[in-house]
Design a protein around this ligand. Structure first.
Ligand SMILES: Nc1ncnc2c1ncn2[C@@H]1O[C@H](COP(=O)(O)OP(=O)(O)O)[C@@H](O)[C@H]1O
Ligand SMILES: [Mg+2]
Length: 389
């Protein structure tokens, strides 16, 4: 049952996915826009291409003739995926899922309009004038995001009318892709936010949910994540129903990171990634019977997953670079290694820039241990590391 997998995007999430695939004898070609990307270091073969270039993508797919295409990022010419599906290649989880989530509009309209799932009030704008109208429609404060962006790029909050022009210009700068369009959505006053990792399976097997993951965001990227997050019974039922609906509509088998805001008035769907989620790196702390990468792989290969169980409480805290550089070295590994119930990953990225995620610190303890304590320990562990470059 050795399958050939083309992994599109070779970052730290891809790296853990490749390791999971290697462990059960799969064959992986890792693709990214630069050489020696994390997942390439553990794959059988690698390719360096611009994944937004459809011709380049076609060339790689024709060359390797994979059984599976596994996207790890959004910035891919996903329109081509429908054609690959026609050729009999399985796009993970489906061409539709990858294509709908590369643009915030498709997935938001699917959830809010087609499926009637609760989201923040929103509008779209293709110009500064339209944005002014949109802000009136959804009210202030509100959040502006380019439709094609991730990691908080080009995203800002409008509190007063005088912020609108700044927000438009910032979104234009942070936008990826050829069309400049933004979504403006009402600011949701959430008390917490979670990722609900949702696993869809082939052969009529049920959709499974991981225990909810809490996280804290700064500058558009997560800083700490923990599992399990405290979520009321009502909220978890509501979130699971929403996640089931939207993942079913997208189709295919694999893991989805479904993001929700929890408020006093209930759960709001925010966005979704049809692949392992960065906040799900907490599962590398052994919090579950299978980590999120193993779950993704098993679902893709149609290996039945009987259950997902919480084995430990855990937390992850990111290790960031502070400046631009190459061939980074890490100081403090001996200190972090000394800590009990602690682990770490260094991704092996060849270059640094301010705030680039270079590694992650993990802490765990038995189920039932107060999660705040575990988060604090993961944070202190991450703080022991200095990235020099
Ligand atoms: N409407 C909103 N109200 C309040 N906070 C928001 C809203 N939209 C986004 N955020 C905050 O910004 C973070 C990043 O936004 P998100 O839509 O997930 O973009 P990205 O694709 O960059 O992850 C969220 O996790 C949340 O903390
Ligand atoms: Mg997000």
């Amino acid at each position: 049952m050795r399958k050939k997998i083309v992994l599109l995007g070779a970052g730290e999430l891809g790296k853990e996915f490749v390791i999971a695939a290697q462990r059960i004898g799969q064959y992986v070609i890792a693709v990214d826009s630069y050489e020696n990307a994390p997942a390439m270091q553990v794959a059988h073969e690698s390719e360096v291409i611009n994944m937004l270039d459809g011709t380049e993508l076609d060339r790689i797919i024709a060359k390797h003739q994979p059984d599976f295409i596994v996207p790890e990022i959004e910035a891919i010419r996903t329109e081509r995926f429908y054609e690959y599906e026609k050729q009999g290649i399985t796009v993970v989880p489906s061409a539709k899922a990858a294509n709908f989530t590369m643009n915030r509009k498709a997935i938001r309209d699917l959830a809010a309009k087609d499926l009637g799932i609760r989201t923040a009030k929103y509008a779209y704008a293709t110009s500064y004038e339209e944005l002014k109208k949109g802000v009136l429609e959804v009210g202030m404060p509100c959040v502006v995001k380019p439709l094609m962006s991730s990691s908080g790029k080009g995203q800002s909050t409008i509190k007063t009318e005088s912020d609108i022009e700044k927000a438009w210009n910032y979104a234009v700068e942070g936008s990826r892709g050829d069309i400049i369009e933004v979504i403006v959505e009402a600011f949701v006053n959430f008390h917490s936010e979670i990722t609900l990792l949702t696993v869809t399976q082939n052969n009529g097997l049920p959709t499974l949910f991981c225990p909810p993951i809490g996280h804290r965001q700064e500058r558009g990227d997560y800083q700490e994540s923990w599992q399990p997050a405290k979520v009321s019974d009502n909220d978890i039922i509501e979130a699971q129903e929403m996640a089931k609906k939207v993942t079913e509509a997208l189709g295919g088998a694999g893991i989805f990171g479904v993001e929700f805001f929890l408020t006093d008035e209930g759960v709001y769907f925010s966005e979704l990634s049809p692949r392992p989620h960065d906040t799900g790196m907490v599962t590398l702390a052994g919090t579950q019977n299978f980590n999120e990468f193993e779950l993704h792989l098993r679902a893709i290969l149609s290996l039945p997953i009987a259950e997902i169980t919480l084995e430990r409480n855990g937390a992850s805290a990111v290790i960031l670079a502070t400046k631009q550089g190459t061939n980074p070295t890490y100081e403090g590994i001996d200190k972090i290694a000394m800590l009990p119930k602690t682990d770490f990953r260094f991704f092996g990225k060849p270059t640094t820039r301010p705030y680039r995620r270079m590694g992650v610190a993990l802490n765990y303890d038995s189920v039932g241990t107060p999660i705040e304590n575990i988060v604090e320990k993961a944070k202190s562990a991450a703080a022991l590391i200095n990235v020099n470059s």
